[in-house]
Every structure is written in C-alpha cells, then in structure tokens.
Design a protein around this ligand. Structure first.
Ligand SMILES: NC(=[NH2+])NCCC[C@H](N)C(=O)O
Ligand SMILES: [Mn+2]
Ligand SMILES: [Mn+2]
Length: 298
C-alpha cells in the first residue's frame, strides 16, 4: 500500500433523511484515525472537509431524487480532491457522510483506472434508480450511478461515463434489497455475497473468492458502509438491518484485504453520531481502517 494517505472528510447528510451523519467525519477523527495510521507507519495528510451546501427548504424538491443539486455539487468537489490525491501518489481515504458520497469518490478514483474493481460492503445494494427508489434518497442509488444508471448530472460527474463495469463489482453483506435492486442485480450479473453466502461459506472464503474474482482489475476501491456490520456492533447508522457482519468477520475481511495489497482507495460511510452510543461506531470504523492498513493482532 502507498505510504502516504490523504484523509478527506465529507460531512454530507443530504443523500438521505436522518440528520446527523454529517458529523461522521468529526466522530471518526475524534476516534483517532490519524494517530492509528501514523502508528502503522503512514504519513497522513488531513485535507479537511469538502464544503456542502446547506439544506434549502425553499428549493423545489424532486420526490425521487432528494437534494439532487447539493449532492451533485459536493460529489463534483470530492471527485476533484480524490483525483488530485491520487495524482500526488497518495492513497485517498474518504470519511462520510452518507453513502451518496461514493458517487464523488469513485468518480475521482475511476479516472486513474481503466478497470476499477469495487468492493461494496453494505447491508444494502444501493442499486436503485429514480424509477425504482422507494425513498428518493440518493444514498440508495450510488452504486447504480457509478455503473451508469441514474440522473445524468450524477452519472457524468468528473467526465467519465460509466465509472465502473458490473463484472468488476462485488457486494458483501447484503440483507436488504428492494425489488428493483434484485432485478438490477440479475440483469447486470452483479456478484453478491448476501448474509446467506457469508453464513454458509465463511468470511475467509468470501474474501478469497472476491480477490480471485477481481484479479483482472487494475485497482480496487473499498466502499464500506458501517451498516454492513451487525447493528449490535455498530449502532450509529441511519438504516440499520439486523443479522449483519460481526465485528470479528469485519476485521478478518480487512486483514485479508490488507495482506492482498489489492485495495488502492477506500471510504468509510454512514457513521451517525446522533444515533450512536458514546461514539462506538466511529471507534469500530477506526479499528477496521487500522486492520485495512495492516494492523495485526500479533
Ligand atoms: N447507503 C445506504 N445506507 N442505503 C440505504 C438504502 C435503503 C433503500 N434501499 C433506499 O433506496 O432508500
Ligand atoms: Mn450504502
Ligand atoms: Mn447500507
């Protein structure tokens, strides 16, 4: 892994409707993310937070694409920052914010990779489109947008279209999929390890298979939604779903990814301190980040 890490905070909460996830980047910083990474031998440059335009109640809302303009603006800025970090030979580590920010992160990363692989660690598919969304929340559409399906303002951010190919995506941890998302997965042949497969195969085999599946990519982005974890272990998230990945399975996955040296960029999203218990979820996020960057038990 690259020795320099660029930390980028994205205090975004407009991709969904539960306030508080905009404080995620601060919560993760308070949980000592920089210190942990420095102890592992990395140089960390904290680039601060992306500016988010505030919620405008007077603006006319599209019911099936809430806060489209603000999400587009923030993701464009984020894409530029991530792109510049990679240009600087630094590893972009993005802290959310809700999962709509993956539109910006992946837009910036994808410019540098012809065949970018994406590991989408999540209870959800985030594969809705304005036609299928049950909520109008863009955080439930961000993976579909990266695959080129959705509003053109979002799919065309940072000039490349589409950003990624369906055969280069692996979803891990899914247990809440909408009907339209199930159809999307089948139509595009997306590889999904639901909780069912994780239970049957074990996380170790799931990650081995994921690495083999992505071996033809030229970079791998990890997009980790904290709601992929079991809510008992990570309660501070806006859309918790029971029956998730355990604390230990999460760490094993990160440790195996670290050993593979495949991951070239990452983001940790959906930490909501208002819904959390004494910042536990941010602490869990920092632990997973440390494992991803090579922390070992012994
Ligand atoms: N990134 C997330 N937490 N996404 C939750 C999405 C929930 C639901 N599928 C929706 O489209 O609204
Ligand atoms: Mn998500
Ligand atoms: Mn989710």
């Amino acid at each position: 892994m690259k020795k320099n890490i660029s930390l980028i905070g994205v205090p975004m909460d407009l991709g969904q409707t539960r306030r508080g996830v905009d404080m995620g980047p601060s919560a993760i910083r308070y949980a000592d993310v920089t210190k942990e990474l420095m102890q592992l031998g990395y140089t960390v440059e904290d680039l601060g937070d992306i500016e988010i335009s505030r919620f405008e109640p007077s603006l006319e809302q599209e019911e099936n694409l809430k806060n489209l303009v603000q999400v587009t603006d923030a993701c464009s800025l984020l894409a530029t920052k991530v792109d510049a970090a990679i240009q600087d030979n630094s590893f972009p580590l993005v802290l959310g914010g809700d999962h709509s920010i993956a539109i910006g992160t992946i837009a910036g990363v994808a410019k540098h990779y012809e065949n970018l692989g994406v590991i989408w660690f999540d209870a959800h598919g985030d594969l809705n489109t304005p036609e299928t969304t049950p909520s109008g929340n863009i955080h439930g559409m961000s993976l579909a947008i990266n695959l080129g399906h959705g509003h053109p303002l979002l799919t065309k951010i940072h000039h490349k279209y589409p950003k990624i190919k369906p055969e280069h995506v692996v979803i891990i941890g899914a247990r809440s999929l909408d009907e339209g998302e199930r159809v999307f997965i089948k139509e595009h042949g997306i590889k999904v390890y639901t909780m069912h497969e994780i239970d049957r195969l074990g996380m170790s085999r799931v990650i081995d298979e994921t690495m083999a599946y992505l071996k033809h990519t030229d970079g791998v982005h990890l997009s980790l939604d904290l709601d992929g974890l079991e809510p008992h272990d990570a309660p501070g998230v806006g859309t918790p779903v029971p029956g998730g990945i355990t604390y230990r399975e999460g760490h094993l996955a990160m440790e195996m990814l670290a050993a593979s040296r495949m991951v070239t960029s990452a983001e940790f999203v959906e930490v909501n301190p208002i819904l959390d218990e004494r910042n536990r979820t941010a602490v869990v996020a920092v632990g997973l980040i440390a494992s991803l960057f090579g922390q070992k038990i012994l």
